[in-house]
Design a protein around this ligand. Structure first.
Ligand SMILES: *[C@@H]1O[C@H](CO)[C@@H](O)[C@H](O)[C@H]1NC(C)=O
Ligand SMILES: *[C@@H]1O[C@H](CO)[C@@H](O)[C@H](O)[C@H]1NC(C)=O
Ligand SMILES: *[C@@H]1O[C@H](CO)[C@@H](O)[C@H](O)[C@H]1NC(C)=O
Ligand SMILES: *[C@@H]1O[C@H](CO)[C@@H](O)[C@H](O)[C@H]1NC(C)=O
Ligand SMILES: *[C@@H]1O[C@H](CO)[C@@H](O)[C@H](O)[C@H]1NC(C)=O
Ligand SMILES: *[C@@H]1O[C@H](CO)[C@@H](O)[C@H](O)[C@H]1NC(C)=O
Ligand SMILES: *[C@@H]1O[C@H](CO)[C@@H](O)[C@H](O)[C@H]1NC(C)=O
Ligand SMILES: *[C@@H]1O[C@H](CO)[C@@H](O)[C@H](O)[C@H]1NC(C)=O
Ligand SMILES: *[C@@H]1O[C@H](CO)[C@@H](O)[C@H](O)[C@H]1NC(C)=O
Ligand SMILES: *[C@@H]1O[C@H](CO)[C@@H](O)[C@H](O)[C@H]1NC(C)=O
Ligand SMILES: *[C@@H]1O[C@H](CO)[C@@H](O)[C@H](O)[C@H]1NC(C)=O
Ligand SMILES: *[C@@H]1O[C@H](CO)[C@@H](O)[C@H](O)[C@H]1NC(C)=O
Length: 397
């Protein structure tokens, strides 16, 4: 199964999105070095291959010195021994193979002109090396091969490492993440809050993490089956929201944000495209659902989709908005930004987060909308009109 990798997606990004590579401010590019969590050993918190987990921390300054932003890295999942063994030898399963310096841009930028509300916070990028959105707790050993499924312990080890560095007396804090990291934000949001001072302002932001429990075009539950394999292999279920799992007949469904969401007590912001390219390619039209490859052109270039394909994509958008209806209506403490761009992850790339040509809804960029929500400057629940009405999109074609 191909769901476990988004490398194909990155390929598309770099081929067709040249402005990402030559992004403005290249000479001011902020690179932040890696911190290995030495104490993780005491908790048995290891990457798939047994290496130590890691994060990158850039210190806050000025008025932001007591504020903390933690951002989970994304990168798909692994759901069986083979895919996890492969991953354990790559930068998504081992800190040994990771770049030791990370570019901090978009929501991680330290420059107010690129990141108006969070630039002076302590900003942390949490590296992803467990393959289960930081939520597994198991181990595989059959005499020759050894794999650690310890995402939940990695999460705890990193929090415990950061608390004495200032997180423990934060005044404001936000847990965020993109893709598989955006899913981790749903899974760990309330746990994050529990570690912080009671009088701190704590909120969570998921970017491209609202993976929908949707059948594919062959009517199979491809994503549900994929997650079932992952949850079983990596021992995820005990770490899901207990209030959710005790309510649902199929507790493992609480891995899907739409079911866990009503049980999350911390203020939450959902940033997602209604035509999220990862979900389009892996949930709605996975390769198994399209053996004759009728969708190949449409997947690479939305202007090549025919009418019936566009209708199916519109149906996916409606289903996503339906899953978000209570969230949209019920609370004033939450926020959302559901735009109509063929894209995936919009908070870490400068061009989509906050730049002259950034995507907008009602003339508001993502950074402005998230900031308005966090600081309660305005109600921030934006839903874009359906494709193709939005002319501000950076479609991945
Ligand atoms: C890298 O980060 C560590 C903290 O983990 C810090 O002590 C060290 O000075 C940094 N090295 C460089 C070259 O910035
Ligand atoms: C922020 O970016 C602007 C535009 O590139 C630049 O002029 C300015 O010097 C930067 N400020 C800092 C503090 O790096
Ligand atoms: C252990 O698992 C790996 C991966 O599935 C397999 O290649 C290997 O043959 C297994 N070893 C034993 C002793 O079963
Ligand atoms: C948060 O998660 C850790 C494990 O990572 C667990 O030990 C702790 O009890 C959790 N806290 C709450 C309040 O659920
Ligand atoms: C590591 O753990 C030891 C013992 O639990 C503790 O004394 C020490 O402060 C910890 N170090 C860090 C960097 O968290
Ligand atoms: C929370 O309370 C502590 C102790 O009273 C205080 O030092 C801190 O400034 C307070 N934080 C906020 C955000 O009010
Ligand atoms: C998908 O569904 C079709 C029937 O709609 C079935 O024949 C096929 O085996 C299923 N494929 C997968 C990968 O589950
Ligand atoms: C479950 O809900 C109760 C009551 O709202 C709350 O006190 C508790 O923290 C929740 N537990 C979890 C794991 O979210
Ligand atoms: C939202 O409101 C609807 C009724 O309008 C209610 O059925 C639902 O339980 C509410 N959801 C939450 C999470 O409060
Ligand atoms: C996308 O498809 C349209 C219609 O088939 C075509 O005109 C256009 O050149 C394609 N764009 C790219 C970048 O391939
Ligand atoms: C949109 O916002 C920009 C500033 O972000 C402003 O200059 C422009 O006039 C606005 N356009 C409209 C149509 O309101
Ligand atoms: C608040 O949002 C509304 C609707 O998007 C907008 O018309 C208004 O100008 C905003 N107010 C401020 C102070 O930004």
């Amino acid at each position: 199964m191909n769901v476990n990798s988004i490398s194909g997606l990155k390929f598309v990004l770099f081929i067709f999105w040249p402005w990402l590579v030559n992004s403005k401010g290249e000479q001011n590019r902020l690179l932040v070095n890696m911190t290995l969590v030495q104490n993780a050993t005491a908790l048995g918190a290891y990457c798939l291959d047994g290496s130590l987990p890691a994060y990158h921390l850039h210190r806050g300054f000025g008025a932001g010195v007591d504020n903390w932003l933690l951002q989970f890295e994304g990168g798909g999942w692994c759901n069986d021994i083979k895919s996890c063994l492969d991953r354990s030898k790559s930068n998504h399963g081992s800190t040994r193979y990771m770049n030791k310096w990370e570019v901090f841009s978009g929501i991680l930028s330290n420059n107010a002109s690129f990141n108006p509300d969070f630039y002076n916070w302590n900003r942390v990028k949490i590296r992803y090396c467990d393959g289960a959105s930081f939520s597994g707790d198991a181990k595989f050993y059959n005499g020759t091969s050894l794999l650690y499924f310890r995402g939940q312990r990695i999460w705890q080890a990193i929090i415990l490492d950061l608390l004495p560095k200032g997180l423990g007396h934060a005044k404001k804090a936000m847990l965020s993440g993109c893709s598989a990291g955006g899913l981790a934000t749903f899974l760990h949001c309330d746990n994050f809050t529990s570690y912080l001072p009671k009088n701190a302002s704590v909120k969570c932001l998921s970017d491209a993490g609202f993976f929908l429990d949707e059948r594919d075009i062959a009517l199979n539950h491809t994503m549900r089956s994929f997650y079932e394999g992952l949850i079983t292999l990596q021992g995820v279920e005990p770490n899901l929201n207990q209030n959710c799992t005790s309510t649902l007949y199929y507790p493992h469904l609480c891995f899907f944000p739409q079911y866990a969401l009503p049980f999350i007590e911390t203020p939450f912001f959902i940033l997602n495209s209604a035509y999220d390219v990862y979900q389009f390619h892996h949930i709605l039209v996975p390769p198994s659902s399209d053996p004759r490859r009728h969708w190949d052109h449409c997947k690479l270039n939305v202007t090549a989709c025919d009418t019936s394909q566009l209708n199916i994509l519109q149906g996916f958008r409606i289903d996503m908005l339906t899953a978000l209806r209570d969230f949209y209506q019920n609370s004033t403490r939450d926020g959302m930004y559901i735009n109509s761009c063929f894209t995936h992850c919009q908070s870490e790339t400068q061009d989509t987060w906050f730049a002259a040509g950034s995507p907008r809804i009602h003339n508001k960029t993502i950074a402005e909308t998230v900031g308005d929500w966090y600081f309660r400057r305005n109600i921030s629940k934006e839903i874009d009109c359906a494709y193709p009405c939005d002319t501000t999109c950076h479609h991945m074609i």
